[in-house]
Design a protein. Structure first.
Length: 271
């Protein structure tokens, strides 16, 4: 395949990937009857939808909820996954591959299969419609990915560095804290980005385990958007809110794309 053909194919893939986001931005700039038109460019671009979204208290509350849930879940996932990944990558444990496989098997469970039972349990124990009730299940699904990525990074750190610290009198925990963690900062950053994005975008558990605006996250709040009146079509405000929520993640991925790719491919090739 010649280089021009490859470049053309790559260009088509990029355009196909950007088209949905462009259509979202295009719709968010339309108002009134223009929302029902299929024009590729808004006739009279307006920021009214964005202003309405930013003045919506429920949306701002949901934005704060998403931030709290995302930061707390990511922090807990990194803390727990770093210890588990260190054990799987550096310690002499029997059948480590099987253990890692069992951890990853959690991600194969469809969320829809546990949503209804979790709704019942959470309602009975008082965690329904709370941020804590969202953090716990989201952490369950975030941990396997975090453990997998960090295990790959920890395996790439030379064992000689840790052995030198142990010979100098450091305890295993001290060696982990002073030697392994500083060297694994790129992997930790990659894991944090991946976990935060997955938690931020999660919808099914968030919509099942919440019922009021005080506990809803951004994806759920957008789904419940209604127009300013009974005759107003909410597609404009929904599009504007989606753009506002997507842009930070888009910038995050573009800035740290090399780290994300490195995290996904770490340990795949042995030199």
């Amino acid at each position: 395949m010649t280089r021009p053909v490859v470049l053309l194919f790559a260009l088509l893939v990029v355009l196909a990937s950007l088209l949905p986001f462009y259509w979202l931005v295009n719709t968010s700039l339309k108002t009134g009857a223009e929302l029902s038109s299929g024009s590729l460019v808004p006739g009279s671009p307006s920021l009214r939808n964005y202003l309405e979204v930013l003045q919506d208290e429920d949306f701002l509350t949901a934005l704060g909820n998403s931030l709290v849930v995302g930061v707390v879940t990511t922090s807990l996932a990194l803390l727990l996954a770093s210890f588990a990944a260190y054990a799987l990558a550096r310690l002499e444990l029997p059948r480590k591959g099987i253990i890692l496989g069992l951890v990853l098997s959690v991600t194969t469970f469809p969320v829809i299969a546990i949503a209804a039972p979790m709704f019942t349990i959470w309602r009975d124990i008082g965690l329904y419609d709370t941020l804590a009730g969202l953090i716990i299940p989201k952490l369950t699904f975030a941990l396997p990915m975090a453990i997998f990525v960090l295990t790959s990074f920890f395996r790439e750190i030379p064992f000689e560095l840790e052995e030198s610290a142990l010979i100098d009198g450091a305890s295993p925990f001290t060696a982990f804290r002073e030697v392994i963690l500083p060297l694994a900062v790129p992997g930790i950053a990659t894991t944090a980005i991946l976990v935060f994005i997955s938690v931020w975008n999660e919808f099914l558990l968030a919509v099942t385990l919440t019922s009021t605006p005080e506990a809803r996250t951004v994806p759920v709040a957008i789904a419940y958007f209604s127009g300013t009146s009974d005759f107003d079509h909410p597609i404009g405000t929904i599009s504007a809110a989606s753009v506002l929520v997507t842009l930070p993640l888009l910038v995050l991925v573009l800035v740290f794309q090399k780290r994300i790719v490195a995290g996904l491919t770490a340990g795949a090739i042995k030199g």
